[in-house]
Design a protein. Structure first.
Length: 412
């Protein structure tokens, strides 16, 4: 029987790893510079955590979750997103007692049962940044600027930031009432999918607006917008976020239809969009979720964060022709005389203990083939063990001859 990776999953092969490592390394370095500490949560959680935080009628809960019952008759789910597990950890471990805000990040796999597409998988990797315990609009600006800096470092072209505010419990109910009245009046102008979205949350009629039929887009363009209904406090918060982004030099587009459909999302919402994969798609989505932690049993705790798909970042770079760093090792040992192999293995161990990369041939290649392999591996130096001595070869330099392997290694 021939086995292949399950549909909707993918292998990241050694040749593809350098670009992945570049993205992850830049993300980790940025988080350290901004004071975000790594957090790791389990791959699976109590199913109730996600039904509570994703909404019973959402696509994630109704169609996309990988849920199973374990031997203890507990319903568990492979995590479909990362924010709820971090919020659960914040409550469980009393992180509200630490100096606030608690700034964390993680990089790891998520699982959703959805139709696989290029750049969209059932097992996918995500970079999450969360800041819990402060409602300071400067924190909103910081997490946005962090991803903007990642985008700059990775040199992702053809991308932009969309920004909006969706208010809070004070001002959103009046807006929802106004929106529902409009939707009732214009129901005939909406397609079936948009009407179904309304049943889970009226705000979700704006989901994936650019992908809806043009007639629906035109209709929704006339719908009331949340930005027209912000209370004084939410407007002041949004004005401050914009002022701080201007101070950072982060450019953005105000997008009045950028919303989140769940009640715990508040105020700032943002998306970094790109022309990746042949169409507009989200590289990063985030915003405030000031009511999430209390929704799952914690104390009232303001919070803000984002999630970004590693695969989409990598594919964006690949489409631009970007490459990760070429493989390199410090020393490759080529053997003309196999009697020298024990000494070569001992020399490699010594070099590796000293923190230097070393390799040799394990495929029975000819000396010429071994030298070719040294080039493939990007060896900075090649040590050629012959029957009558040892040669050290470096690019752009004269070969150096030594009487013994020990002398040759000592010169490296």
């Amino acid at each position: 029987m021939k086995f292949e990776s399950p549909r909707g999953t993918h292998d990241v092969l050694p040749a593809e790893q350098p670009l992945w490592e570049k993205v992850i390394r830049e993300a980790e370095e940025l988080c350290a510079l901004y004071g975000y500490r790594r957090i790791t949560t389990p791959l699976f959680e109590d199913t109730g955590l996600f039904t509570r935080t994703s909404g019973e009628g959402s696509d994630i809960v109704s169609m996309e979750m990988y849920t199973f019952t374990d031997r203890g008759d507990r319903s568990l789910t492979l995590r479909p997103e990362g924010t709820a597990p971090v919020a659960r950890a914040y409550i469980q471990h009393g992180l509200h007692r630490e100096p606030q805000p608690v700034k964390t990040y993680f990089i790891g796999p998520m699982y959703r049962y959805a139709a696989p597409q290029r750049g969209k998988f059932r097992e996918f990797w995500q970079f999450n940044v969360e800041a819990m315990g402060s409602d300071d609009p400067a924190l909103d600006a910081e997490v946005i600027q962090l991803f903007d800096e990642l985008r700059r470092r990775l040199e992702i072209r053809g991308s932009w930031l969309e920004l909006n505010s969706i208010g809070d419990r004070k001002c959103r109910p009046a807006y929802i009432e106004k929106l529902n009245a409009w939707l009732d009046k214009h129901a005939g102008e909406l397609d079936e999918e948009t009407r179904a979205k309304r049943e889970t949350s009226p705000l979700r009629v704006f989901d994936n607006l650019s992908q809806k039929p043009e007639s629906v887009q035109r209709a929704l363009a006339e719908a009331p917008k949340i930005g027209e209904s912000l209370c004084e406090e939410c407007q002041a918060h949004f004005d401050a976020v914009r002022r701080y982004l201007d101070a950072y030099g982060v450019e953005y587009r105000l997008t009045s239809t950028l919303v989140r459909g769940l009640d715990y999302y508040t105020r700032t919402t943002f998306e970094f969009m790109g022309e990746a994969l042949g169409a507009q798609s989200s590289l990063c989505g985030g915003g405030r979720y000031d009511y999430l932690i209390e929704e799952i049993g914690g104390p009232p705790t303001p919070a803000v964060g984002f999630a970004s798909g590693i695969e989409r970042l990598v594919l964006s770079l690949t489409e631009q022709g970007a490459e990760g760093p070429a493989p390199e090792i410090d020393v490759f040992f080529a053997l003309e005389d196999q009697a020298a192999r024990p000494d070569v293995l001992a020399a490699m161990a010594e070099l590796r203990r000293a923190g230097r990369g070393a390799d040799t041939d394990y495929a029975g290649r000819s000396l010429k083939g071994q030298l070719t392999q040294a080039g493939r591996l990007g060896a900075r130096a090649t040590v050629i063990a012959r029957g009558d001595g040892v040669t050290v070869r470096r690019g752009g330099e004269q070969d150096k001859e030594f009487a013994s392997l020990g002398e040759a290694v000592a010169s490296l």
